[in-house]
Design a protein around this ligand. Structure first.
Ligand SMILES: *Cc1c(COP(=O)(O)O)cnc(C)c1O
Length: 385
């Protein structure tokens, strides 16, 4: 069993009780027994999404839910406005094109958040935009987009509001009904701290009307009408054989989230993000995004001058057994990322930051040993909470 500490933005380490749940025997997926697990899981999913609408579990990673969100609401030629400020924003745009839609992009510099007004301007200019996609937490850059403020602007328009909360749900504030989100998608292996391989989606009444209005949907496996029909059956089912063990492994971590309390969990993530930023500043390193827009679940840091990504992450991995993430696309070799999502507490952060101090010192970077670790500890001191 590999004991490397995963400090990456997914997959995240899962609790022992989740591994145990996953090892339960397989049951008939069209039985009352499984139906109960499935309906409890989707109800807890809706609670985490903060919606009164039903949630559906899809076998596949987060991208499957992104694809389902687009494939079910557009027909060839339909216009979708995609906010693109990183890898995942780009993915939504590519999915739109893959299904024959026209992707209109708002390109945001990587490392910056979108200005919600830009979305309003774009919708004024094109009154036939069917949907707007926003990535809440742009994992590739460590930026959190203002989905609440965007929701206020979206309420003036008919376009559907589609939000990717794959790396924020269960770690940062997401309120699907409160923000007026029409379609919200997430994945299992990030803040929910479940194993990879499951995705979830929830749709508003307006979104369902759009789904019903699509006469020649190009997707078969991810046809959401089928998921709704099976999900509403008694006992509830999925249209095709689900990853039964992974449903167990979603049910259990969602119970963990309910026990911790969603608000407590979000607070814990905020504290981990703050501690990480304090440590980075104490090390004299530079945060990649501006602090005002920086993510609650992953912190992106500029690689210091004279230190390569391979050296830094290689030493962290091989010597200190902490796995960090690198940059993607043009940020490769320019930034590294510390994931602090899922079950992360001060314990993992202190290990990570002390490893980072030792690594940087070893690579010739001037470090006052213990200062960054103290910055983490200080953040968690009761008098500073
Ligand atoms: C991880 C992630 C996804 C989905 O990636 P998968 O590898 O398909 O699970 C989508 N959006 C964001 C913001 C992510 O962080």
């Amino acid at each position: 069993m590999d004991e490397t500490l995963l400090m990456i933005p997914g997959p995240t380490r899962v609790a022992q009780r989740v591994l145990k749940a996953m090892s339960e025997n397989i049951v008939n997926h069209r039985s009352a027994l499984f139906g109960k697990i499935l309906s409890e899981t989707s109800e807890m999913m809706s609670d985490v999404f903060r919606t009164n609408n039903k949630s559906y579990l899809l076998t596949g990673s987060g991208t499957a839910a992104m694809e389902a969100a687009i494939a079910n609401i557009i027909e060839p030629g339909d216009k979708v406005l995609n906010v693109v400020g990183g890898k995942f924003g780009q993915r939504f745009s590519q999915i739109v094109e893959a299904f024959g839609g026209e992707s209109i992009r708002i390109d945001v510099e990587w490392g910056k958040a979108v200005n919600p007004d830009e979305i309003g301007y774009a919708l004024e200019e094109n009154d036939d935009i069917k949907a707007v996609t926003v990535v809440h937490n742009e994992t590739s850059t460590g930026v959190a987009n203002p989905i609440k403020e965007i929701g206020k602007i979206m309420s003036d328009y008919d376009a559907l509001y589609v939000v990717d909360t794959v790396s924020s749900l269960g770690g940062d504030e997401v309120d699907v009904d409160g923000y007026g989100i029409d379609i919200c998608v997430t994945g299992s292996q990030k803040c929910l701290a479940a194993p990879p391989g499951m995705a979830a989606i929830t749709l508003s009444d307006d979104a369902w009307s759009a789904v019903e209005g699509v006469s020649n949907s190009r997707t078969y496996y991810l046809n959401l009408k089928k998921y709704r029909k099976s999900g509403d059956a008694e006992p509830p089912e999925t249209p095709y054989t689900p990853a039964v063990s992974l449903i167990y492994a979603m049910h259990e971590p969602l119970k963990v989230i309910m026990e911790e309390g969603l608000n407590n969990r979000i607070k814990r993530h905020k504290l981990a993000a703050e501690a990480t930023r304090n440590a980075i500043k104490a090390l004299g390193l530079e945060l990649f995004p501006d602090e005002s827009v920086s993510s609650t679940t992953v912190t992106a840091v500029r690689l210091p001058e004279g230190v390569t990504d391979g050296e830094l992450r290689g030493t962290m991995r091989n010597k200190y057994h902490v796995e960090l993430a690198g940059g993607q696309d043009h940020l490769k070799g320019k930034i590294f990322r510390i994931g602090h999502m899922g079950n992360i507490t001060h314990r993992e952060l202190i290990t990570t930051i002390s490893g980072l101090e030792m690594t940087l010192r070893e690579l010739g970077f001037e470090v006052e040993m213990g200062e960054a670790v103290a910055a983490v500890a200080d953040t968690y001191l009761p008098e500073n909470l």
